[in-house]
Design a protein around this ligand. Structure first.
Ligand code: KIV
Length: 284
């Protein structure tokens, strides 16, 4: 399919038993690569703060950061749905702020839908954004923006009560009108139960295989981010090593004077060169 992936396509995927493929991107080249690879959904995540901006977490990421990066990704993504992540405190202060900021991500960034973190407590906010005409993807389980309140970047739903709360969160989000839900860092059997408890697709990241699709942070998956590798990441490539080797080879070439070679240099006709040299000897 070469047409834009819509909310209806995403919902239909679950009904038809088709797994959704989602990755993150933060710039035009990775937006384009995601499109060419045929992924369904591209998330401009606030993981931007960690994997691109070098911050320790996602809390410092601003609306301006998000809009800037969403604009670049959107230019590369013809087919995939582009999800704009709402940064910390852009939807937590009031429902009015949440609607205004969700609208800004779409109007100024150009994304197709927005995502925000939180369970039952955020159902009224989600309902209001959806009512304003903006499709919302939920995000429950481990919610990185409030990781410190959750005891760090660790698996969620560890006991029966906590696991039941995550199922209740998913149901509350569905009632509030989300079209899909990201479920992060929970035991695989809980992932399956959450997916079975709601009609909307549940896209897992560290939630096992029995959910309706998977998302990974691209910089983790290709081995570009090296600070830590979460347990749920499969590294398909070690691109850091490849880039590092290329840069070292370039450095050596420059230092030894073996780059640029004639094929990388612009030519000047002999006649022009001799005229130039002659002019250089003339008094100005
Ligand atoms: O910001 C992000 O990249 C995310 C993913 C971890 C789902 O929210």
């Amino acid at each position: 399919m070469s047409q834009k992936v819509t909310v209806l396509d995403v919902q239909r995927a679950k009904e038809e038993g088709r797994k959704l493929v989602m990755v993150t991107a933060y710039d035009y080249p990775f937006g384009l690569l995601s499109d060419q690879a045929g992924v369904d959904i591209v998330l401009v995540g606030d993981s931007l703060g960690m994997v691109v901006m070098g911050l320790n977490g996602t809390v410092e990421v601003t609306m301006e950061d998000m809009i800037h990066h969403i604009r670049a990704v959107v230019r590369g993504c013809k087919r995939p749905m582009v999800v704009g992540d709402m940064p910390f405190m852009s939807y937590n202060t009031s429902i009015r702020d949440a609607i205004i900021n969700a609208g800004r991500l779409m109007k100024e960034g150009g994304c197709d839908v927005v995502k925000l973190e939180g369970g039952v407590d955020f159902a009224p906010t989600i309902q209001a954004i959806v009512k304003a005409g903006i499709p919302v993807m939920g995000h429950i389980g481990l919610t990185p923006q409030t990781a410190s309140a959750l005891g760090g970047f660790r698996m969620q739903g560890r006991d029966a009560a906590a696991a039941k709360q995550i199922i209740d969160d998913a149901i509350a989000l569905q009632r509030a009108g989300v079209f899909s839900i990201i479920l992060e860092a929970v035991p695989a059997p809980l992932g399956k139960l959450v997916a079975e408890s709601v009609k909307v697709p549940v896209i897992g990241i560290g939630a096992g295989v029995d959910v309706d699709g998977q998302v990974l942070v691209t910089h983790d998956m290709i081995g570009l981010f090296d600070k830590f590798v979460p347990k749920f990441v499969k590294q398909y490539l070690q691109i850091r090593t490849i880039i590092l080797e290329a840069m070292e080879a370039y450095k050596k070439d420059v230092q030894q004077g073996t780059f640029p070679e004639p094929e990388h240099s612009f030519k000047m006709p002999k006649e022009t060169l001799s005229k130039l040299k002659k002019r250089m000897t003339e008094p100005t």
